[in-house]
Design a protein around this ligand. Structure first.
Ligand code: SF4
Ligand code: SF4
Length: 439
């Protein structure tokens, strides 16, 4: 009991803090544990937004209304400002709305800079030649790397959340963007040890490197790693120099080809066909299975869930959680692929726009669509997205692999009551429950 109470909150942001080390039961200022946790929740969600905003700004896109909201949020978590739990929930919903706006800004930036993605099959083997692997989310960093390596004979591979880069016309035009190596961020250490090539980390989801490849790894943008050379700006000469000093990779085809690049326009160009297939009972249900990957054993749920889905279902995916399922051959339903990769986690905005458009096509509300969201979260961007989905009134989301640690029983109760939030359980049972609810 004492242990639980001690862990109920943690705040050490002001000089009143208990014992000079931290308020862990209740704030000396009077802050209740649930208020402290809701403040943490708000900061966690807005950190996710900040990452998207950063990448939009990199491409010259900004929004002063979002900036002003961030100021308001940070101020509301200041000492002795806001002790109102209900208001902190309202602010979290507002953060969800602002994150929709932020994801839309970033999508606009990506499309206006690189064109709208088009369906693309990405190779997963190696081509002969010296190579650089780019990991993270930074399309701008990848573009600069591609420009600077063009004509040098160096091949560039994506890793993890850069896989969707292959679908953008402005990036896929570079012939030396040859494929994707590895899966999500969690395989970095093994992957980078296995391939003796240069590595560029462009954003979050970089891991502290093993010694064996530290000297051939570089960071750029917001990423920094101990003992790893950081490139401020976009001058990648040291990266290219290192790549030229390393051995060539051999030609070795991959075991699978990964499909990506399904944009809003591509999916909505199929809307009449989708309507016809749904009305004919040939597509029974859509699932959005995506979000973050993580090494937790419970992440196996997502692959099992998708493997057990019947043939008359279509799976949309996004984020690096897709690497749990994107090697599965799910086939098609009369020309509609059963696995549709919409892109990075910020492309949740594409999923939202598609769902909204399909709701119009079927003349129903978004919650009446035959669609269930099965979300995996690891870090702050996924939390921002979760609040965006709540802000849009989307109910019945399945969330895993675990309940966020800052969500106590009181907060979980509100999320269940207000948003019908469900926690992932057994894949088979969850699928049955979803279909039973729909019948
Ligand atoms: S703000 Fe309140 S809860 Fe936080 S350290 Fe100060 S007294 Fe404790
Ligand atoms: S989806 Fe989440 S966990 Fe995966 S690479 Fe992106 S930010 Fe990291």
């Amino acid at each position: 009991m004492a242990e639980k109470e001690r862990l109920d909150m943690f705040c050490y942001q002001c000089s009143q803090t208990a014992r000079g080390t931290g308020c862990t039961v209740k704030g000396v200022c009077g802050k209740e544990p649930t208020v402290a946790r809701l403040q943490d929740n708000l900061l966690i969600a807005t950190k996710g937004m900040a990452a998207y905003l950063y990448h939009a700004r990199e491409l010259g896109y900004t929004d002063t209304e979002i900036d002003a909201f961030l100021e308001r949020v940070f101020y509301s978590t200041f000492t002795n400002v806001n002790f109102d739990a209900e208001d902190l929930v309202r602010l979290a919903v507002e953060a969800g709305e602002m994150n929709v706006r932020t994801m839309r800004l970033l999508k606009k930036a990506h499309i206006e800079t690189y064109g709208e993605p088009e369906p693309t099959d990405v190779q997963t083997g190696t081509a002969k030649g010296r190579s650089i692997i780019a990991t993270g989310h930074g399309l701008k960093a990848l573009e600069e790397l591609l420009k600077q390596t063009e004509g040098t004979g160096i091949n560039v591979y994506t890793h993890s959340e850069l896989l969707p880069a292959h679908g953008y016309p402005g990036l896929k035009k570079y012939k030396h963007l040859v494929g994707n190596l590895g899966i999500s961020w969690r395989d970095q250490r093994n992957l980078f040890s296995r391939y003796p090539v240069t590595i560029l980390g462009t954003s979050n989801c970089v891991l502290i490197p093993r010694e064996e490849y530290r000297d051939r790894m570089f960071t750029t943008g917001p990423a920094r790693l101990p003992g790893v050379q950081h490139i401020a700006g976009y001058d990648y000469i040291p990266v290219i120099k290192k790549a030229k000093s390393l051995p060539e990779l051999e030609e070795k085809p991959g075991d699978v080809v990964l499909p990506t690049g399904f944009s809003k326009s591509v999916v909505l160009s199929l809307r009449d066909k989708i309507k016809q297939l749904v009305e004919a009972g040939k597509i029974r249900h859509f699932f959005l299975v995506g979000g973050c990957d993580s090494p937790l054993k419970k992440m196996e749920y997502y692959r099992e869930f998708v493997r057990r889905l019947p043939q008359d279902t279509v799976v949309l995916t996004l984020g690096c959680g897709k690497f749990r399922i994107n090697d599965l051959d799910l086939g098609e339903v009369e020309g509609i692929p059963r696995l549709i990769d919409l892109g990075q986690c910020n492309d949740a905005i594409v999923a939202i726009d598609i769902a909204t458009a399909l709701a119009e096509v079927f003349g129903v509300g978004i919650n009446e669509l035959p669609l269930t969201i099965v979300l995996s979260w690891m870090e702050q961007k996924a939390v921002a997205i979760l609040w965006s989905l709540f802000a849009l009134g989307i109910k019945g989301i399945y969330l895993g692999p675990i309940v966020p640690a800052w969500v106590n029983d009181d907060i979980l109760k509100v999320l269940k009551e207000e948003y019908d939030l469900r926690l992932i359980g057994d894949p088979e049972e969850d699928i049955k429950q979803i279909f039973n609810r729909r019948c």
